[in-house]
Design a protein around this ligand. Structure first.
Ligand code: NDP
Length: 334
């Protein structure tokens, strides 16, 4: 595959220009670009520039509000809600960070509900930022229906990710962020594009038949990781990021899209805990490190998040490589 090398700064500037050309104002364009380039910096390309044409089309079509002004309100002493004003998620996520930190420090535990927003991408940026402020955090979001319920054959749940972060004294937090499906949607699409097979656990055909053909899975349904266990996590995420906070289920989000093929609209729930308020304020960090040391004492292990943190040190000098076809697609949108 022919690629184009871009510095992180150039990739950011390209993203801002493309988003502004297609209808975002400067604060919205910069917030979306910040989030995409963070993903590229950490070598998580499925939430990097790969998403830019999707965002550009979403705002150019008028479906997403490129001039969104998200608002923050307190619904209860420890419950905050952000209304995204029908815009992309990153600006609201930036605005909500400090109110959530302040509320969590005051109450020990607090929840943040994001509603009325498009494409809540990866979970790690927000939980990691909260852990950098000394908090422990969980994040959940739904998307479009791709995953069948346990025993079923029709897509119903999103690939619904969940993220978790734990603060560390020296160095970046412990963070994991994973889909509840056996494979990410993008990985199956890439396997289909490149003519590769997928594991039988990834999904089923339209009639529930076993298959390793990614094209058949895309016509049928994906499966939760670990069978019914992943499906139950996907179910939980649907409830937390939808009905609990007054936003859409994955299948409602697809109906709402009405076939335009734009980014999913939906909600996100974040729960933050202040470990200093849970009875072990002076010991929790060291006690957590004991576990991490025991993990790393075993050959073949690494901590979740370690790959991203290594990439983060490399990409400021190496830049990032994106497919030339993607670069051309972006240029054509400007
Ligand atoms: P992966 O399976 O690539 O990784 C999941 C987690 O496991 C990461 O935290 C990763 O850390 C960690 N990990 C991977 N290998 C190891 C290992 N050997 N030892 C310890 N930890 C390990 O992620 P997914 O494909 O499930 O999801 C990718 C991204 O897509 C996520 O950011 C997710 O939020 C996002 N997503 C978003 C959706 C949406 O609707 N908005 C839907 C589904 C997914 P590391 O990063 O360091 O490799």
């Amino acid at each position: 595959m022919t690629t184009v090398n871009l510095s992180l700064e150039d990739a950011h500037a390209l993203s801002v220009t493309c988003l502004r050309t297609n209808g975002c104002d400067d604060p919205n364009a910069r917030a979306v670009a910040d989030r995409m380039i963070e993903a590229e910096r950490d070598r998580c390309p499925s939430h990097g520039l790969f998403r830019l044409p999707w965002y550009a089309k979403g705002v150019a079509s008028g479906r997403a509000n490129g001039h969104a002004k998200p608002t923050v309100e307190k619904l209860a002493p420890a419950v905050i809600r952000v209304n995204g004003d029908n815009g992309f998620a990153p600006l609201g996520q930036q605005i909500a960070h400090q109110p959530l930190v302040d509320c969590t420090r005051e109450t020990g535990i607090a929840a943040l509900a994001f509603t009325n927003m498009f494409h809540i991408a990866a979970m790690w940026p927000e939980v990691e930022a909260l852990a950098n402020d000394g908090l422990c955090a969980f994040a959940f979001t739904a998307s479009y229906p791709y995953v069948a319920p346990a025993g079923g054959t029709k897509p119903l749940y999103g690939t619904n990710p969940l993220g978790f972060a734990w603060p560390r004294k020296d160095g970046p937090p412990l963070v994991f962020d994973q889909a509840s499906s056996a494979m990410a949607r993008g990985e199956i699409q890439i396997a289909a594009r490149d003519g590769h097979s997928v594991p039988e656990t990834a999904g089923i055909g339209p009639n529930g038949e076993a298959t390793t053909d990614p094209n058949v899975v895309l016509e049928g349904a994906q499966l939760g990781f670990g069978g019914y266990k992943g499906a139950s996590l996907a179910l939980m995420v649907e409830l937390l990021a939808g009905p609990l906070i007054g936003d859409m289920l994955s299948f409602e989000s697809l109906e709402d899209d009405g076939g335009t093929g734009g980014p999913p609209k939906g909600g996100e729930l974040i729960i933050a805990l202040d470990p200093a308020r849970f009875g072990n304020p002076d010991g929790f960090l060291a006690h957590g490190e004991k576990l991490f040391e025991a993990i790393l004492a075993q050959e073949g292990t690494r901590l979740p998040g370690a790959r991203r943190f290594t990439s983060r040190k490399q990409t400021p000098s190496s830049g990032i490589d994106i497919p030339e076809s993607l670069h051309q697609e972006i240029q054509a949108l400007m």
